[in-house]
Design a protein around this ligand. Structure first.
Ligand SMILES: C[S@@+](CC[C@H](N)C(=O)[O-])C[C@H]1O[C@@H](n2cnc3c(N)ncnc32)[C@H](O)[C@@H]1O
Length: 203
């Protein structure tokens, strides 16, 4: 709580996530969503313009009220959007009630990421899909050293973001099987830019 976390951090989050280099990832990941979609950690709503007509409804879940306020003013698709103020560790939706769960650069920050993934699996229909793009642990030893070393300080200034989370094994360890994953560095400092993009289904 305080001016940094309540006012400055949400603005910084919004600004940094507007990076144009993230746009192709958003287009691909959000473009693959369909049906009733739960977006976890929807931030300032930057994914909303990328939803296509195959999507019937978007449920944008976000715990930070200041980010939700920005999201409510974001450009929207011609699709019903509901905003849910909640944490992913306790998703206020019924079991097997959504067709697609989306996470974009959110699993790095959620404090209880395993509990959150278990919740995503619970609310997904058995034939549903998890679509994700996340930054995380690099396969390169030197980069991992920097990720492990920087994370304690980085977490404090970035609102809880971990640079070194093993995204693929976290997803696989939470009752999902990966259908497709592509990994690699985006332009920028390597500890912050090793991306995992793909889709997974409930086991
Ligand atoms: C780096 S931002 C990404 C925002 C958005 N997904 C995007 O692509 O622009 C990380 C987001 O995770 C959210 N977050 C943090 N803890 C969370 C939790 N427990 N449950 C759900 N979202 C959470 C933050 O509030 C923030 O919106």
């Amino acid at each position: 709580m305080g001016i940094y976390s309540d006012v400055i951090l949400p603005k910084l989050c919004d600004l940094s996530m507007r990076n144009e280099r993230l746009r192709p990832y958003r287009e691909r990941v959000i473009g693959a969503a369909d049906g009733r979609v739960l977006e976890v950690g929807s931030g300032s709503g930057l994914n909303l313009p990328f939803y296509r007509p195959a999507v019937r409804e978007v449920l944008a879940l976000e715990p930070a009220p200041s980010l939700l306020a920005l999201a409510r003013r974001a450009p929207r698709p011609e699709i019903p959007v509901s905003f849910i103020e909640a944490s992913a560790e306790a998703i206020p939706l019924d079991d097997s009630s959504v067709d697609t769960v989306v996470t974009t650069w959110t699993l790095c920050t959620i404090p209880g990421a395993s509990a959150a993934l278990a919740e995503m699996r619970r609310v997904l229909r058995p034939e549903g899909k998890l679509l994700f793009v996340e930054h995380g642990l690099s396969p390169d030893r030197g980069v991992r050293w920097w990720q492990d070393s920087l994370t304690p300080v980085w977490r404090r200034i970035s609102g809880g973001c971990h640079l070194n989370r093993p995204i693929q094994s976290m997803i696989e360890g939470s009752g999902f099987r990966i259908d497709r994953v592509e990994t690699g560095y985006m332009a920028g400092p390597k500890p912050m830019t090793f991306m995992y993009e793909g889709s997974a289904r409930p086991n």
